[in-house]
Design a protein around this ligand. Structure first.
Ligand SMILES: C=CC1=C(C)c2cc3[nH]c(cc4nc(cc5[nH]c(cc1n2)c(C)c5CCC(=O)O)C(CCC(=O)O)=C4C)c(C)c3C=C
Ligand code: FE2
Ligand code: FE2
Length: 375
């Protein structure tokens, strides 16, 4: 077993971690580095090789992935990514970065001295680089918060898998906490409701509100994954917060991938059905995505719109995700704060103490160099 290099530290009289800090690692799925087939292929190869995502026996899946999917999908997906790419990059990256910076600032404003970084499960910035950043900043306690409100093995559990795999190669491991989900968090629900109400205030209300969640293979539900039920609960709570009745809303599942049955009802067929049944205007919102990304901006705001209008609908409006809206940043900051309870996070250090810590860090670096550290 080869261990990852340890950052500079000191033995003996100085207690390890005397100046240990608390880190917060926000994690999202990840996205290609560029909207071109090569970058998309690299991203999809990593993502779709994860056995938590595709639960098909490896030899069979390897042939399908490398023989078909990675030859066909990147070109088409690159064009779809290009259609939503922002000046600063992929929407998922842009919103994740803004959320990270905003939570960092909000925690500081609330008096916490913690390090907040962003890591992506696939692609960049990798979880390895994010964990390394936290180590270099002296974090010996780390709170990991996957930015998925609803737990699923294919999204949330694979984050803890990856972090634990990194720690399995680390000698001096940090103290760790994982947030499992926040599908029923009152602050999250309130920020969803605020987004929808705000949209309606400015644009009026459509006949139906469609709440579309990312899908999963139906089999995951049968095997005990709570994702489906958590989506339903988020939907129920949001409907209540909006003061609506269930008949004014459809809860659906999008982004079906592959030939197997996925969670139902499917979003696009439901939209077509609504149009055929005389519903002419719909408002579409995706509560499971805390930031807009290709799945919302391309699939929901473009593809699904075309399908609804082609089926006879006349007005289709996509309501943007909660992104960096003030209520959501506030809710996310409170969520972090709550999960940090019991860990020292306050910046209650005098300038003298800060100077002493800086000197100590310098001594530790020199000491490590004497010992021949190379990192
Ligand atoms: C919100 C939760 C998500 C679940 C659950 C989820 C499951 C899941 N996804 C795929 C396949 C793909 N997903 C893709 C993009 C994508 N998926 C999520 C979130 C969930 N996925 C996000 C936030 C994104 C956007 C990434 C971005 O760059 O913006 C893609 C890539 C896009 C495409 O080619 O269509 C695939 C493929 C599976 C198989 C799965 C569960 C088994
Ligand atoms: Fe040491
Ligand atoms: Fe997905």
């Amino acid at each position: 077993m080869r261990f990852l290099p340890e950052p500079p530290h000191r033995h003996g009289a100085v207690v390890h971690g005397a100046a240990a800090k608390t880190g917060v690692l926000l994690v999202n799925l990840g996205t290609p580095d560029a909207p071109n087939p090569k970058a998309v292929r690299r991203f999809l190869a990593e993502f779709l090789s994860d056995p938590r995502v595709i639960e098909i026996p490896r030899p069979i899946w390897w042939v399908i992935l490398n023989g078909i999917i990675l030859n066909v999908r990147p070109k088409d997906a690159a064009a779809r990514y290009a259609s939503v790419w922002m000046a600063e990059g992929s929407p998922l990256m842009v919103w994740s970065r803004r959320q990270t910076a905003a939570v960092d600032a909000a925690l500081t404003a609330r008096g916490h001295a913690v390090e907040v970084v962003l890591g992506m499960r696939y692609g960049n910035p990798s979880l390895a680089s994010a964990m390394q950043t936290l180590r270099e900043r002296g974090c010996d306690r780390i709170l990991v918060l996957p930015l998925y409100p609803q737990y699923s093995a294919s999204t949330t559990a694979t984050v803890s898998d990856a972090i634990n795999a990194l720690l399995a190669r680390t000698r001096n491991t940090p103290e760790l906490r994982f947030v499992k989900h926040f599908h029923d968090d009152p602050g999250y629900i309130a920020s969803l409701a605020a987004r929808v109400n705000d949209f309606w205030e400015h644009n009026g209300r459509g006949q139906k509100l469609v709440l579309s969640f990312h899908g999963l293979p139906r089999r995951s539900l049968d095997l005990g994954d709570p994702y489906f039920c958590e989506c339903q609960k988020t939907g129920r709570l949001l409907i209540a917060a909006l003061g609506l009745t269930p008949d004014q809303v459809e809860i659906t599942f999008q982004s079906r991938f592959g030939a197997a049955e996925w969670l139902q009802p499917y979003t696009e067929p439901t939209l077509k059905e609504l149009a055929k049944n005389g519903v002419t205007s719909v408002d579409v919102f995706c509560p499971g995505f805390v930031g807009d990304c290709i799945e919302t901006l391309e699939e929901m705001a473009q593809e699904a719109r075309d399908a609804f209008l082609a089926a006879g609908g006349t007005q289709y409006r996509y309501i943007p995700a909660i992104n960096d809206s003030a209520p959501w940043i506030d809710a996310l900051t409170s969520l972090v704060e709550r999960h940090l309870q019991g860990w020292p996070t306050k910046a209650a250090r005098s300038p003298d103490m800060a100077a002493a810590e800086a000197r100590e860090l310098q001594v530790q670096r020199e000491h490590a160099l004497e010992l021949g550290a190379t990192d």
